[in-house]
Design a protein around this ligand. Structure first.
Ligand code: SAM
Length: 239
C-alpha cells in the first residue's frame, strides 16, 4: 500500500513538472528523445533563462548528447552570438572505471550484452551505427541546423576532443555522461573557461556515486566554483 501511494505521488509530481515545461521540452519528451525527467528539464530551462537574463557571456555546451533531447532544449534557447556545441562519442558509452560503484559496472555489463532497451520501446541508442546522422536530422526537424559554426556536434571521446574544442568562454554546460572519469574530465576542462555567473549542470549527481565523487574532487581543487543545488541534479556555478 505504501509503495503504491509513493508511486502515485511520484507520478503526480512528474505530471505537475511536465505541465511547467516549455513547448520544446514537452515535444522532445513526447518523441522519446531524452532520458531526463521533467524536473531536470525544467531546471535546465530555468538555469538558461537566468543566464540569458543576466547576460552571462559564453556558449552553451552539452557533454552527452545521445538522441539529442536535452541538446535541443538547450540549443533552442541560444540568443545573440552564442554557439551550441554538443560532445558525444555517438557510439556505445565507454565503460566505467575503478572510481565507479558496482551499479555502474552492472549497468555497463547490461549495455555491453546487447540487452539494453531503448526509450519508447525502440532500439537502445548505443546500438545504432548512424547515431550522429540521426541527431543531425532530429535537430533539423526541431528547426536547428547543425552548420558546424553556430551549432556544432563534436564526435569522439571527450578526453580526446575537449582540449582543442574549448577555446571560448562558456556560460552553461550540461554534463550528462554518468561515470567518474568523463565527469571529472569535463568539469576540470570547464573550470578555466566558465564565465563568472555561469553554470554547469551535473545530471547524474544523484544517480551515480562516481559522478558525485568527481564533482566533489573538482570542487575541492577549485575555490572559484560553488555547488548551489543538489536536486534534481547538481548545479555548480563560477563565483
Ligand atoms: C546518458 S546519455 C546522454 C543523454 C541525453 N543528454 C538525453 O537527453 O537523454 C550519455 C552519453 O554520453 C556519452 N559519453 C559518455 N562518456 C563519454 C566519453 N568519455 N566521451 C564521449 N562520449 C561519452 C555516451 O556515449 C552517451 O551518448
Amino acid at each position: 500500500m505504501l509503495a503504491l501511494t509513493r508511486r502515485i505521488g511520484r507520478r503526480l509530481v512528474a505530471e505537475y513538472d511536465t505541465l511547467r515545461l516549455g513547448a520544446v521540452a514537452r515535444q522532445v519528451r513526447r518523441e522519446s528523445l531524452t532520458y531526463l525527467a521533467p524536473a531536470k528539464l525544467r531546471s535546465i530551462e530555468a538555469t538558461l533563462d537566468s543566464i540569458r537574463a543576466r547576460a552571462v557571456p559564453g556558449d552553451f555546451l552539452e557533454f552527452g548528447v545521445a538522441l539529442g533531447g536535452s541538446a535541443i532544449v538547450i540549443a533552442r534557447r541560444l540568443d545573440g552570438a552564442r554557439r551550441f556545441i554538443g560532445f558525444d562519442r555517438f557510439a556505445r558509452i565507454p565503460p566505467p572505471g575503478p572510481r565507479d560503484p558496482v551499479e555502474a559496472h552492472r549497468r555497463y555489463a547490461e549495455i555491453a550484452s546487447g540487452r539494453s532497451r531503448g526509450l519508447g520501446g525502440r532500439t537502445y541508442y548505443g546500438y545504432l551505427d548512424d547515431l550522429q546522422a540521426r541527431v543531425v536530422a532530429t535537430f533539423a526537424r526541431h528547426g536547428l541546423e547543425v552548420d558546424g559554426d553556430r551549432i556544432r556536434l563534436v564526435a569522439g571521446l571527450f578526453e580526446e576532443t575537449l582540449p582543442s574544442a574549448l577555446g571560448r568562454p562558456v556560460a552553461f554546460a550540461h554534463v550528462d555522461c554518468d561515470w567518474y572519469d568523463p565527469v571529472r574530465t569535463c568539469l576540470e576542462a570547464l573550470a578555466p573557461v566558465l564565465s563568472p555567473g555561469g553554470a554547469v549542470v551535473l545530471d547524474d549527481y544523484n544517480d551515480y556515486a562516481g559522478c558525485r565523487a568527481a564533482t566533489h574532487d573538482v570542487l575541492d581543487r577549485h575555490d572559484e566554483l560553488a555547488l548551489v543545488a543538489r536536486t534534481p541534479h547538481a548545479i555548480v556555478v563560477r563565483r
